[in-house]
Design a protein. Sequence first.
Length: 163
Amino acid sequence: MVVANDNHTPTGQLRNGVLRLQLELRAGRWYPEEEGGPFRDLYAFAEAGHAAQNPGPLIRVPQGTRLQVSVRNSLPLAAIVHGLHSHPGDAGNSVRLAPGQTRNLEFVAGTPGTYLYWASTSGKAITDRHEAETGLSGAFIVDPPGAVPDDRIYVIGLWSDPD
């Protein structure tokens, strides 16, 4: 099952300036209105050991944090993951994962701002994804040093059905 993410609680373990995080790409059923109501089968990000979330787990760190991110593709399809790099950065900086493959990424959180991480199983741009893969996105927030965040992050997604 895919659960709603209210984006209040950052994911991973932040200690001594290092965020350690294990992400997975999974298939699941999402009930956007209520459990037992209308549903969509989709792909979503999850923190290892937790339910998949829509939007994906909130990554939120102070500028300069070193991120050590393990990403596992538990989908039956290959996937390309975007946005898990220092920001700003090369938008083409992506990671290709075969089904069952795990990759370890390490980078430093760059310029403060609101960013997006996302994946595609079709190789299409984020605006051209369809159906199940449209759930593969999450917020990546870099706060200025010493900031005490007191806000809520909204991630607006688009479910696209070509039919």
